[in-house]
Design a protein around this ligand. Structure first.
Ligand SMILES: O=P(O)(O)OC[C@H]1O[C@H](O)[C@H](O)[C@@H](O)[C@@H]1O
Length: 297
């Protein structure tokens, strides 16, 4: 299969046969995954792509903090990884069935004020020393995101991380998410109330913002976005070391409130976000945490 990588000042484009992906250096955000010309990721028509704001769509990388925290009031929502330009490390594998590329982010790449803000939540308020490597691998029907975060310092530190995947859908009313039945969740729309998911297939008919905690799946309960619309294949989400899953659709009111999201776009997207967010991960000095997600059609 013909394999290709093209770089430009803003992004890298990968292709393998009729499948392609595009990744911005800003945030190392994957902004496109096309199979036979069909776009599977959602990016808002109003997304800001000039590196002044997190990209509204694709797969923004959330690190070192999911959401907002009272401990780190100066650290922006979802941390700094999605709003910092990553270093391009080049192509790491290039075979007939897979092409992968790598990006890096370390302390020297990040605004010192943001590192100081992160330090507020750490023991002794010490700035964590870290090195992150992000690998994106494209196969004929798969897109893999692999994140490795190393503690390069001498003391342990905490973080949360998440792959904020926006999937494109034909019509939200025809969509269901499977693989979450029986899982406890925190309902952010209901002031953080906790409940257990009873449905085998989750449908969306209003604002949804739930953190499903410690989601265990098996081949018979796979995490997937299933569409009734003819011709739209199921997208499965396979995870490693990302126990929690956030399901988000802003619906009408929140859509109107976002400047970089069109009023009616809630109809054509759903976020299914794999992360380690329900509890922080403590990374001992010198150690590396690795996690990955594979989207498969
Ligand atoms: O607007 P953003 O900072 O990109 O966040 C978008 C959304 O991300 C996650 O899905 C959160 O659970 C939501 O509460 C949040 O609204």
């Amino acid at each position: 299969m013909p394999v290709d990588t093209t770089t430009s000042p803003d992004k890298v484009v990968l292709s393998i046969g009729t499948t392609s992906a595009e990744i911005y250096y800003y945030g190392a955000t994957v902004t496109s995954w096309k199979l036979n010309g069909d776009e599977r990721l959602f990016v808002s028509k109003s997304a800001v792509l000039d590196g002044t704001k997190a990209i509204r769509g694709g797969i923004p990388l959330v690190f070192p903090q999911f959401g907002k925290s009272d401990h780190t009031p100066k650290l922006p929502q979802h941390g700094f990884a999605r709003t910092t330009r990553w270093r391009w490390l080049g192509v790491s594998a290039d075979t007939a069935s897979e092409i992968s590329v790598r990006f890096a982010l370390g302390n020297a790449d990040v605004d010192p004020a943001l590192l100081e803000a992160w330090a507020e939540a750490q023991p002794g308020k010490v700035v964590p020393a870290f090195q992150a490597t992000y690998t994106v691998a494209l196969g004929p029907t798969t897109l893999k995101s692999h994140l490795a975060i190393q503690n390069t310092g001498t003391a342990p530190w905490d973080f949360t991380a998440l792959l904020h995947t926006y999937l494109a859908v034909g019509a939200i009313g025809d969509v269901s998410v499977t693989g979450l039945q029986g899982v406890r969740y925190v309902d952010k729309v209901a002031d953080g109330a906790e409940a257990t998911e009873t449905r085998e297939s989750i449908t969306v008919d209003g604002e949804v913002d739930r953190v499903y905690v410690d989601v265990k799946t098996s081949p018979s309960t796979r995490l997937a976005v299933v569409e009734k619309t003819p011709g739209r294949p199921t997208v499965s989400v396979h995870r490693s070391a990302l126990p929690d899953v956030v399901v988000w659709n802003p619906w009408t009111e929140k859509a109107r409130a976002m400047g970089d999201f069109d009023d009616d776009e809630y109809r054509t997207m759903i976020c299914v976000e794999a992360g380690h967010v329900a509890t922080p991960y403590t990374l001992p000095a010198g150690e590396t945490w690795t996690a990955s997600q594979t989207l498969a059609v």
